[in-house]
Write a protein that binds this ligand. Structure first.
Ligand SMILES: [Zn+2]
Ligand SMILES: [Zn+2]
Length: 697
């Protein structure tokens, strides 16, 4: 991971582990050592009995080294049949693990999310079992569970083909049918090195453990893997799975190391869940913003410009401009003031802010001008701070709210770049609120109003997450508690449900993260609000209080859309390219049935343009069907077909996007009024109105 995720500026569009749309890409170069082995469980008592507290309060005393499965069987044979794994003080263990510590004991069944992870990780082993049966030459890397499934990395001479995947999947079904038990074994590092002597990737991993560390392996049938577990009892537990695709992935995520072949798969306890997931994947593919971006002529990238740098075509720029115009009106109404700051600034500014020290790797290189070193800005905060400090501030002026559509540049490895979602240059709808400590609560409340109003317009439901004090936090525990409580109270007073991301705050302050839920149920990073006492300290920000003394203001960083690039990329997928009328690059296309209707249609287009509607004329000599088909491909909300009858009657034959071949005859005047009112109200029409999802568009 680049340091981007740790930028003290928030609204960071680069770090969103829950985002399906891009998480896979992020993972490819972001190896997690899930296969890491550990020392024996903590709390080993070296002795006689362990006591296990069950969820109902009962306590069971069993001899140490008793297998978890025997404890479960003791609770009930039926429960053992449903059991996937157990949890001991929050640590997930498989049923064959000898229990060596006391603690809270819970049996995990298919209903537990943690059990699904156990199933998926076991799926990875089953995949490797199948691959090694058919391709004994394949060297094995890591095979962790991931969101919605698992993967396994293999080192092979030739990349796998789709046919290979089919064969592997069939072989996996055989491994599953064989009902091979997963057997755990503990051994010393030296023994493990012998065991994996012909697996260079595993040997490399082993070399990182100390000699006295206890290593565990798991065996199912012919396959042995270095693994800390846990696993399902045997291979037959994997019933509903599918291999999805294969992609190159650098060993350990390091671009200087060899390229491995990663096979992605999904697995579920229930067939319905698998089917629903596969359907969602299909939908996601159909909505891919990179494909739609090209088909709808919205944006592109060009190797001559550089990877991760977006070129907005007129149609895409129209969408963006509408969003910016909307947001500008909105925030001015909510008491913000607009500012502009330069794209390159003296790097001294980032020395003061601390970014140069901690996040240099994420910044673009320096350039020397007149003996001073400049850099493209990776964030807008320091510039806004300088505007605040341009004169003496009084408590009477606060809160001050500066907003900017500020373009920033951050280095991302080329392997993680992804369409508009992960880029190297992007525009944040950034704002900073400078206020007194007493004003924080009101300001956060106002922000929540703003978020509400904005997300409703785009048709995004959302969830809220409060991220609290991390381990490396600065400031006292009391300061943190006050700040966290302030945020929580604002949410509670509004009846806003939220979850807590324990320890997920930035090192200098807690934050609120809004996750947007798109039309197919995926979560996207949305607005963020960050409380920051750190930069005011570093820049020595002050205001004069009513007591005439100098005081330190609090700073709130907030974004609504975050990165404009990413937001529009997300919107393309959310709407499947069928933008609501107010955002649609082309709102109405007028199509004359024959050449003789063209002049009348030209007048109609002019009238609509004067009414503020983005209307165009398609009077090309192609067939009517061809022209209508093209309008459909471009997902234009309205097509007005005009023949002799319509021309004479002051009507149009209206085709509304998403309603198939249906045509309604409407009066021109009332149609123009209808479109104008949909634009003015920024309605989700014509497809997402009244809860109709754009899935069928
Ligand atoms: Zn494993
Ligand atoms: Zn900021």
């Amino acid at each position: 991971m680049t340091p981007a995720g740790a930028w003290p500026s928030f609204g960071d569009p680069l770090d969103n582990p829950t985002n399906d749309g891009m998480s896979q890409m992020a993972r490819e170069s972001n190896e997690t050592d899930v296969e890491e082995n550990g020392a024996p469980p903590a709390g080993t008592n070296g002795g006689e009995m362990v006591s296990l507290r069950l969820p109902n309060g009962d306590v069971r005393e069993v001899p140490t080294e008793t297998l978890a499965r025997d404890v479960v069987a003791g609770i009930g044979e039926r429960l053992l049949k449903d059991a996937i794994a157990v949890s001991l003080d929050g640590e997930i263990l498989d049923l064959m693990t000898p229990l060596r510590a006391s603690g809270d004991f819970r049996v995990l069944t298919a209903r537990d999310a943690a059990a699904l992870e156990v199933l998926r990780h076991s799926g990875a082993h089953i995949l490797a079992t199948a691959v090694r049966r058919l391709r004994p030459d394949a060297k094995i890397g890591f095979g962790p569970a991931i969101e919605d499934g698992f993967y396994y990395d293999f080192e092979v001479d030739q990349p796998f083909t789709p046919e290979d995947l089919e064969t592997f999947e069939s072989e996996m079904r055989r491994v599953v049918a064989d009902r091979l038990p997963f057997v755990r074994k503990e051994l010393s590092n030296a023994e493990a090195r012998v065991r994996f002597a012909d697996d260079p990737l595993k040997l490399e991993r082993l070399a990182e453990f100390s000699d006295d560390e206890i290593i565990s392996t798991y065996t199912d049938g012919p396959f042995v893997d270095l693994c800390r577990g846990p696993h399902v009892p045997d291979t037959s537990y994997l019933k509903h799975f599918k291999l999805l695709n294969t992609a190159g992935a650098y060993w350990r995520g390091d671009e200087k190391r060899q390229m491995l072949q990663r096979i992605y798969a999904t697995a579920w306890f229930k067939k319905d869940d698998l089917d629903a997931y596969l359907h969602r994947l299909e939908e996601a593919k159909r909505r891919d913003h990179r494909v739609l971006g090209q088909a709808l002529d919205l944006f592109s990238t060009d190797a001559r410009v550089g990877p991760g740098l977006i070129l907005w075509h007129p149609r895409g720029a129209t969408v963006r401009n509408e969003i910016e115009t909307f947001e500008r009106e909105l925030i001015l109404r909510h008491g913000y003031e607009l500012v502009y700051t330069p794209h390159i600034v003296n790097e001294k500014l980032f020395e003061i802010s601390g970014h140069l020290e901690s996040f240099k790797a994420g910044m673009f290189g320096s350039m020397e001008i007149d003996g001073h070193v400049y850099r493209p800005k990776p964030m807008n905060c320091p510039g806004h701070i300088c505007i605040y400090q341009a004169k003496q501030r009084s408590y009477r002026e606060l809160p001050i709210r500066y907003a900017e559509f500020g373009t920033v540049y951050r280095y991302e490895r080329s392997g993680v770049l992804h369409g508009m979602l992960r880029v190297r240059g992007f525009t944040q709808d950034d704002a900073h609120v400078f206020c007194t400590p007493a004003q924080v609560e009101t300001e956060v409340g106002r922000l929540l109003d703003l978020v509400d109003e904005m997300l409703a317009v785009f048709g995004y439901p959302y969830t809220v997450e409060l991220s609290t004090r991390p381990e490396n936090a600065i400031g006292t525990a009391e300061e943190w508690e006050v700040a966290e409580r302030t945020l929580a109270e604002v949410l509670e007073r509004r009846g806003q449900e939220y979850t807590i991301d324990e320890g997920g705050g930035a090192f200098y302050g807690p934050k609120l993260d809004f996750k947007l839920i798109d039309a197919i149920g995926r979560k996207w990073q949305g607005p963020t609000v960050q409380l920051d006492p750190n930069l005011p300290e570093r820049f020595d920000l002050e205001y004069t209080g009513s007591d005439n003394a100098a005081h330190r203001p609090v700073m709130l960083h907030r974004v609504l859309v975050g990165s404009m690039e990413r937001f529009v990329g997300g919107l393309i997928e959310h709407y499947a390219g069928a933008f609501p009328v107010w955002l649609a690059p082309e709102q109405v296309r007028v199509i004359p049935i024959s050449e003789e209707n063209a002049p009348m249609c030209q007048q109609l287009v002019q009238r609509m343009k004067q009414a503020g509607i983005r209307a165009t004329l398609d009077a090309r000599p192609d067939t009517l069907n061809y022209r209508i088909r093209e309008g459909e491909m471009l997902k234009i909300p309205y097509m007005a077909v005009v023949g002799k009858r319509e021309a004479e009657g002051g009507t149009i034959a209206l085709r509304v996007r998403g309603t198939g071949k249906k045509q309604e005859i409407v009066a021109v005047d009332s149609f123009i009024d209808r479109v104008k009112s949909e634009i003015a109200s920024r309605a989700l029409a014509p497809n997402m109105a009244a809860g109709i999802e754009p899935v069928s568009v």
